[in-house]
Write a protein that binds this ligand. Structure first.
Ligand SMILES: CC(C)(COP(=O)(O)OP(=O)(O)OC[C@H]1O[C@@H](n2cnc3c(N)ncnc32)[C@H](O)[C@@H]1OP(=O)(O)O)[C@@H](O)C(=O)NCCC(=O)NCCS
Length: 245
């Protein structure tokens, strides 16, 4: 099928655009960008050099979570900014004004809410839902099957996990579970969150924590294993209106 590329689009050199691709008004596409079949890009989107949009998943012979299936087209909302060398998979939807920094990867069947930031080199694995206005900072790792609410803060180098059996036993296939971060939840630098754990609404895991139990709402936990330190200070709590802004 023919493409639908708005005449105002500025396209760099050596780009490859697949079939049935839509690119809206005012978009600026860098050099060597690949946009795969069926991708729908809104208006005023900036995509920097060497980025790949709508990539099909690769299933390794021994991959536990990659499922081969038909995927809907990749959708990039208006006003998004996608950095150099980023990879956004088919079956992924970025809401309006999402920023995916250089080298970020967003996998298939992922939805990212509007105005969320995916930091440099951060990875959001398959089958995740990320809310609005979240910050997922440099080199953070969001494991498959995770759910983040709105205005969550995931600091640099955070690692989340979904397989308590660490790749061994048939039993593990029944128990894969990503992490849940409720609205306004925060995970500080270099923390590790064990499979299936829930960071409560506006809770915080301190830097370097290993979270082995669910964290109650509005509570700070520290250490390995993480223990309650105190309540989140009042002046750091979001108010209802903050989510809606
Ligand atoms: C949660 C946090 C704010 C607590 O820091 P704090 O308010 O300065 O902590 P306090 O000075 O009240 O420390 C209270 C006790 O907890 C300990 N503690 C504080 N942070 C700790 C941590 N991350 N891990 C283990 N113990 C910690 C302190 O050593 C102190 O112990 P003590 O009473 O035996 O001396 C801090 O650990 C943190 O995670 N900050 C966020 C850093 C970050 O990732 N920022 C975003 C990216 S730049």
């Amino acid at each position: 099928m023919a493409n639908n590329i708005h005449p105002s689009v500025k396209m760099g050199e050596y780009c490859v655009i697949g079939d049935n691709v839509t690119i809206g008004e005012g978009c600026v596409i860098g050099h060597h960008v690949v946009i795969h079949n069926d991708t729908a890009i809104g208006d005023n989107v900036r995509i920097d050099d060497f980025t790949c949009i709508g990539k099909r998943p690769m299933k390794a012979a021994n991959s536990a979570v990659t499922v081969e299936s038909d995927l809907p087209a990749c959708v990039i909302g208006s006003g998004c900014i996608i950095g150099t060398g980023a990879v956004i998979y088919r079956g992924c939807t970025l809401g309006e004004r999402v920023l995916a920094a250089d080298l970020a990867t967003v996998r298939e069947r992922v939805t990212i809410g509007e105005r969320t930031i995916i930091g440099r080199g951060a990875s959001v694995e398959c089958d995740c839902t990320v809310g609005r206005k979240c910050k997922i900072e440099t080199n953070a790792y969001i494991t498959a099957y995770s759910t983040l609410g709105d205005m969550c803060f995931i600091a640099p180098g955070v690692v989340t996990s979904n397989d308590n059996f660490a790749g061994r036993s048939e039993e593990r296939f029944k128990h894969f579970k990503g992490v849940t971060v409720k609205n306004g939840g925060r995970i500080a630098a270099g923390s590790v969150i064990l499979p299936g754990k829930v960071i409560g609404e506006q809770a915080m895991a301190a830097a370097g924590s290993v979270v082995t139990k669910d964290v109650p709402e509005k509570t700070v936990v520290v250490g390995a294993p993480a223990k309650v330190l105190r309540a989140v200070p009042e002046d750091q709590l979001l108010q209802e209106g903050d989510y809606a802004k």
